[in-house]
Design a protein around this ligand. Structure first.
Ligand SMILES: [Zn+2]
Length: 190
């Protein structure tokens, strides 16, 4: 799934009415697994000046980069983090963050066909090939795409009144306008 859907959906799922301070931890946990991809893109594009084609056709698949991505998407490592947060530190904030990372991994497990991560890094090389993909039209993206956007919209409507800061509310609206708007525009201009 796209990063913005992860962020909004996880924050909605982990939201508790009287603990609005947890929203930011749920949001950070939802974004963390995708963070290494953004760093990879920034380093390759702006520091190494690698052409865009090469970035996605070959650099992306380099073992070192793949391991870097896997670390943030590894269920065993996230479970260790969850254990430390819950039992050792007894930190509600960090526990919510770890849960959010796990939920991200669960949704990615279901929505990546041939571009999934090593879910059980470093224990196993297994990668699940889901029959559906959120972006690949060869694997039902024309159905999954609109569903993802509707899920994001529903999560946003649920979350909006629970957000306490104006900046968070505005971010929610802007993300929806951009993500849904671009999709509708692309559909109309086809
Ligand atoms: Zn992801």
């Amino acid at each position: 799934m796209t990063t913005q859907t992860h962020a909004i959906l996880n924050t909605a799922l982990l939201s508790r009415q009287y603990k609005p301070f947890l929203h930011s931890y749920a949001c950070v946990g939802a974004v963390l697994p995708d963070l290494p991809i953004f760093l990879f893109f920034a380093i390759e594009t702006f520091i190494l000046n690698t052409p865009q084609r090469e970035i996605w056709d070959s650099r992306y698949f380099m073992e070192a980069w793949q391991a870097f991505f896997d670390i943030f998407n590894a269920v065993p490592l996230i479970l260790i983090l969850l254990g430390i947060a819950y039992y050792l530190l007894q930190s509600e904030r960090l526990t919510v963050l770890a849960w959010s990372m796990l939920i991200h991994c669960a949704f990615d497990f279901l929505t990546h066909h041939d571009d999934g991560h090593h879910h059980f890094f470093p224990i196993s090389d297994f990668i699940f090939e889901s029959p559906i993909s959120y972006w690949d039209r060869d694997h039902h993206a024309e159905i999954v795409g609109p569903i993802e956007r509707l899920v994001m919209l529903a999560a946003s409507i649920y979350l909006f009144p629970r957000l306490k800061f104006r900046l968070a509310r505005w971010s929610l609206v802007i993300l929806n306008v951009l993500f849904l708007g671009s999709y509708v525009l692309r559909y109309l201009l086809r």
